[in-house]
Design a protein around this ligand. Structure first.
Ligand SMILES: NC(=O)c1ccc[n+]([C@@H]2O[C@H](COP(=O)([O-])OP(=O)(O)OC[C@H]3O[C@@H](n4cnc5c(N)ncnc54)[C@H](OP(=O)(O)O)[C@@H]3O)[C@@H](O)[C@H]2O)c1
Length: 280
């Protein structure tokens, strides 16, 4: 599968498997099924409370550690130098790993005023080898600008991105800094699959709507992390890497943007309900 180089020797497969809203008790089986289907990139977060299931799934697969790319994320309430450092340790412990491949600040949570200090801590964690690459999630252009002074650009900005919500300003601010854009909710949580342009592209290639949307993201240079608990859909989504849409089909999907997000607005989202580390 195609991959992107985040740092020397750190290769991120362009299509990964997301486990948001997979219950902690179902996560091991979902991750094992995804790895059996051929995924080699898993996206979790401390706030999803399923890092332990991700680690268990990885171990049960028997795959060598260096064959699977693992991302996790720092909770909003654990921002700040000391808390972030402690939280990174807890995530590694829950995952049962010595280090993760990519560690993201989950949300800027601007009202807390801690994301710049947290980014500096992330740089230190990377330099110490606890994480191989560092990035951000839900960072708008102003949040990216605020961490420019650190002199280290995030490897990745993981943002909500799907046909009806494409965030061109945030994509541009990311790309001009050399930051890879990673699309979360890439299928619009399933809601963008019925658009005519998606159906037309899918039909033209004998593909499914989900495959057409995922191929569109990949051809536009974005990493994607679709979520499903259904093994047949896991295989279906992974096979999107074999599909190539033509420029007219890509442009027709580009034209579906309505600027309406499904998820929270990073300018105001604080998610205080996800702040406290709970037993896993
Ligand atoms: N950084 C952040 O703040 C953030 C926020 C949200 C999500 N994420 C990440 O992004 C990942 C994916 O986002 P998401 O779960 O919000 O949305 P998504 O991947 O766009 O959509 C998931 C939904 O689409 C359905 N689906 C999956 N494959 C399908 C297919 N081939 N055909 C039809 N329906 C299909 C799934 O149902 P079934 O499960 O029933 O198949 C599920 O209801 C998450 O798991 C998480 O890792 C990150």
């Amino acid at each position: 599968m195609s991959g992107l180089e985040l740092a020397p020797g750190v290769r991120m497969p362009a299509l990964g498997f997301g486990v948001f809203q997979v219950s902690p008790e179902d996560t091991q089986a979902a991750v094992e099924a995804a790895l059996t289907a051929g995924y080699r990139h898993i996206d979790t977060a401390a706030a999803y409370r399923n890092e332990a299931g991700v680690g268990a799934g990885l171990r049960a697969s028997g795959l060598p550690r260096d064959e699977v790319f693992v991302t996790t994320k720092l909770r909003n309430g654990e921002q700040g130098r000391d808390r972030a450092r402690a939280a990174a340790g807890r995530s590694l412990e829950a995952l049962g790993l010595d280090r993760v491949d990519l560690y993201l600040i989950h949300w800027p949570s601007p009202a807390r005023g801690l994301y710049v200090e947290t980014w500096e801590t992330f740089i230190a964690l990377r330099d110490e080898g606890l994480v191989r690459a560092i990035g951000v999630s839900n960072f708008l252009p102003e949040h990216l600008a605020a961490i420019d002074a650190s002199g280290v650009a995030p490897a990745v900005n993981q943002i909500e991105s799907h046909p009806t919500f494409q965030q061109p300003a945030t994509v541009a601010a990311s790309l001009e800094r050399g930051i890879i854009v990673e699309a979360y909710s890439p299928l619009g949580q399933g809601r963008d699959l019925e658009a005519d342009a998606v159906a037309a592209a899918a039909t033209a290639h004998g593909a499914t709507p989900a495959q057409a949307v995922l191929a569109w993201h990949l051809q536009r240079g974005r990493v994607v992390i679709p979520k499903t608990v259904n093994p047949a859909r896991m295989r279906e989504n992974l096979a999107a890497t074999e599909l190539t849409l033509d420029e007219a089909q890509l442009a027709a999907i580009d034209a579906l943007d309505t600027s309406r997000r499904i998820g929270a607005d990073p300018a105001t989202a604080e998610f205080s309900q996800m702040d406290i580390a709970r037993p896993r």
